[in-house]
Design a protein around this ligand. Structure first.
Ligand code: 5GP
Length: 212
């Protein structure tokens, strides 16, 4: 930290959306554009998709491993989505926040509700909507990484997921990925400037005083 930088508390930025609304691309672009935010890598019992890398996209674990993590109280939140279990490991999140780093979460509405209970003040919740239903369907099909019946089930689930938009602080319609990214960046900038997060402010202001 340079002398003019003000110590701040890290925040937890949640991005939720129905599958196919572009949230993963948005997360990746945000991480590339900002070195003060790190991704929370979830654990999941879902099998990896072809281009996914263990430890980068998810930590792929067995049902038994997942049970163990639950028993050890090692997860900040967890949920079952499309029949697979997903959860957020506690330790890396706490370590990042402690360092004053922000943490990005790509989790569903169930996990967001749990985080809201345990970390309300640190949480910033953003929901990403597709521009049209048609667009969502096209994006899900273009992905073509899932079997056809998985795509169908995800489309029917999308309606349910979308019904939770009103539980979020911010809602973005992803018509254009670069524009949506600029909106997420604006949200992050404003949230970082909130007085309560700038914990070094009083020291900074004291240092500004001419007769210190
Ligand atoms: P996918 O299998 O397509 O990667 O993810 C399916 C859904 O699970 C997405 O909505 C994603 O946001 C959600 N998800 C991924 N990781 C977690 C997690 O750790 N906790 C919760 N609650 N949801 C997650």
């Amino acid at each position: 930290m340079t002398q003019t930088e003000i110590a701040r508390r890290g925040l937890m930025l949640v991005l939720s959306s129905p599958s196919g609304a572009g949230k993963t691309t948005l997360s990746q672009k945000l991480l590339l554009s900002d070195n003060q935010i790190v991704m929370s890598i979830s654990v999941t019992t879902r099998p990896p998709r072809p281009k996914e890398v263990d430890g980068r996209d998810y930590q792929f674990v067995s049902e038994g491993d997942f049970d163990r993590l639950l028993q050890e109280n090692a997860l900040l939140e967890y949920a079952t989505v499309f029949g697979n279990r997903y959860g957020t490991p506690k330790e890396p999140v706490n370590a990042a926040l402690k360092k004053g780093c922000d943490v990005l979460f790509d989790i569903d509405w169930q996990g967001t509700q749990q985080l809201a209970e345990s970390a309300r003040d640190d949480l910033v919740k953003v929901f990403v909507l597709p521009p049209t239903w048609n667009e969502l369907e096209v994006r899900l099909r273009a992905r073509a990484q899932d079997l056809d019946d998985v795509v169908k089930s995800r489309m029917s689930k999308a309606i349910d997921e979308m019904s939770h938009w009103a539980e979020y602080d911010y809602v973005i319609v992803n018509r254009d990925i670069e524009y949506a990214l600029s909106q997420v960046i604006s949200i992050l900038s404003a949230e970082r400037l909130k007085r309560k997060r700038q914990i070094g402010l009083s020291d900074f202001v004291k240092g500004l005083s001419p007769n210190r």
